[in-house]
Design a protein around this ligand. Sequence first.
Ligand code: ZN
Length: 426
Amino acid sequence: MTWLKRRRCLFTLFAFSVSVSFLAAAQVAADSSSASGPVVSLLARAIHDSAIVVDTHADTPQRFLDGNFDIASTDPNDIGHISLDKAQRGNLGAEFFSIWVEPETNEGHFARHTFDLIDSVYEQAARHPDRMMMAFSVADIERAHEQHKLAALMGIEGGHSIENDIHLLRDYYRLGVRYMTLSWSNTNEWADSSGDIDDPKVQHHNGLAEFGKQVVLEMNRLGMMVDISHVSDKTFWDAIATSKAPIIASHSSARALSNAPRNMTDDMLRAVAKNGGVVDVNFSSGFLDQKYWDAAQAQAKQRNAAVQAYVEKKRASGATVTYMDEDRIEREWAAKIPRPPFSVLIDHIDHIAKVAGVEHVGLGSDFDGVSGATPQGMDSAADLPKITQALLDRGYSAEDIRKILGGNLLRVFGEVERVSREMQQK
Ligand SMILES: [Zn+2]
């Protein structure tokens, strides 16, 4: 792609112009890594800033809609992962904001809540046109990058949002939604989820039902990326067999390193490589670190009961319950488990790059959706440059780092656009 070449040239120029003493200073900085991640050297910063950094999953719309959060907030005490300032400090170029409809509290009006969340993203972009713009294509992301604005994209998390209606799927595309996760933690009427696959009370479909396959093909035709994060293993294999375009995992990590059912096995990683897709690593501690996962499982019963009690008390008082309420309690419980070191995040990127290839791994933070449970040193989008430093420390080239930071996702998105054009010409 043209932008990649241009950025690489800039970097080459930069690399030749650095002095020996500077390189020595950079080396000192690179060695001073700790549990909360490496100190970012000037060299790493330059590589990081030469990339279009793309993150494929942030739950910030819950904050826009229910928390009355303004993305231009500069409140130093704000616990959120994303703001325009934090994005700027981390050179975050494009964010896919998650349109996630909690299936229990929104029972009976999934579509309405989907529209409300979509509206919340547009409203933020309208409020801050000088620093943020809605984006719907690879070209839009590149344009936003040139204008030094955050490109705001949208992905729907959970096929239940379409209410089994292909017309709604098309409406969401027209409103700008550019990926859909086939299921969230709940199995819907056409796709099994990893979240409830062992629950005998849930009606399953042995993967993707016939209508689910139609949904995938219509997504291909529209140019909406097919996202397999959260789905059951069988749904993954059905999706990959059905899709005519490369697929994405918008926020999934490696099961070989943390045995969570929604992480991906090495066989799945290899299948994504063959499909030409990309797996964007989730920054949530539980999906990255086995010890954290086990500790979170051990407290699950008590934690869920505490959340439930809080929700019921609030409901009884006549108040509306939102994700922000649940998140408050979840955070208290997450804080009881020690955060894993920063290096676990890099271990997953490295593992996926080794198993699937460096062309098939990217970033899918799950920012603002993990109740603060991220590894030490990864506290917001402002910490993204540490990833570049850590990859540099592990011997990755500047070119490969730029692929991981966003180049791979842009390649897949471009390919999905091309397949769509081809299918529409027929
Ligand atoms: Zn998710």
